[in-house]
Design a protein around this ligand. Structure first.
Ligand code: HEC
Length: 174
């Protein structure tokens, strides 16, 4: 006599299971969608980020173009021959530092390329210097494209000795 009721009960349990199953199928699809989205987002971020952080500084065209950028925008302070200003390790009367050499004798090669890029683009401001730091190094962001800056850095790098380039490569891999 109670049978129809219990069947109804079973049915509703089955309905419940069916519902749970379809929800979990939906969840899986959602999960896959989110997972796939994350992979696409990561690929986009990687594609956008990679050329900036890993511009090929050995590229002959970059070096050639960079020689012009350097002559026009850097040589007046850092020297035609990358020799820097005289007595570059001693403060000027105004308390600021002179422009250092960019050749082997300077400090430039002690920094990874991403830092050199940042200093050239943003100037010696945080995070590259303390907030109140006073410097004659201009920020080239408003003047030069990212490519121009990488080209100038490729040119500077091309003027280092093989030994210094090897040390810089090792630094870059750290
Ligand atoms: C108006 C002068 C001036 C010009 C032009 C100039 N710089 Fe500088 N640069 C400086 C001075 C001065 C410093 C040292 C700043 C300090 O320590 O306060 C410096 C420092 C730097 C540093 C940091 C070096 C290190 O060892 O920490 C980099 C990199 C640099 N310049 C790149 C460039 C590049 C590339 C250009 C051309 C696109 C350029 N600079 C043009 C004056 C100049």
């Amino acid at each position: 006599m109670r049978r129809p009721e219990s069947i109804a009960g079973e049915c509703s349990v089955l309905d419940g299971i069916a519902q749970v199953r379809s929800v979990s199928r939906f969840d899986r699809r959602l999960g896959l969608g989110v997972g796939f989205g994350a992979i696409v987002a990561a690929a986009v971020v990687f594609a956008l980020w990679r050329p900036r952080a890993a511009a090929d500084l050995n590229d002959a065209r970059r070096i050639e173009a960079g020689a012009l950028v350097y002559a026009r925008h850097c040589a007046s302070c850092h020297g035609d021959n990358l020799q820097g200003q005289p007595d570059w390790t001693k403060r000027l009367a105004n308390g600021r530092m002179p422009a250092p050499p960019h050749d082997d004798s300077g400090h430039t090669w002690h920094h990874p390329s991403a830092i050199l890029f940042g200093i050239t683009k943003k100037g010696l401001k945080p995070p590259y210097a303390p907030p109140d730091y006073q410097s004659d190094m201009p920020a080239f962001g408003p003047v030069l494209s990212d490519d121009d800056i990488w080209n100038a850095l490729a040119f500077i790098r091309s003027r280092w000795s093989a030994a210094v380039r090897a040390k810089h490569d090792a630094l870059e891999r750290q």
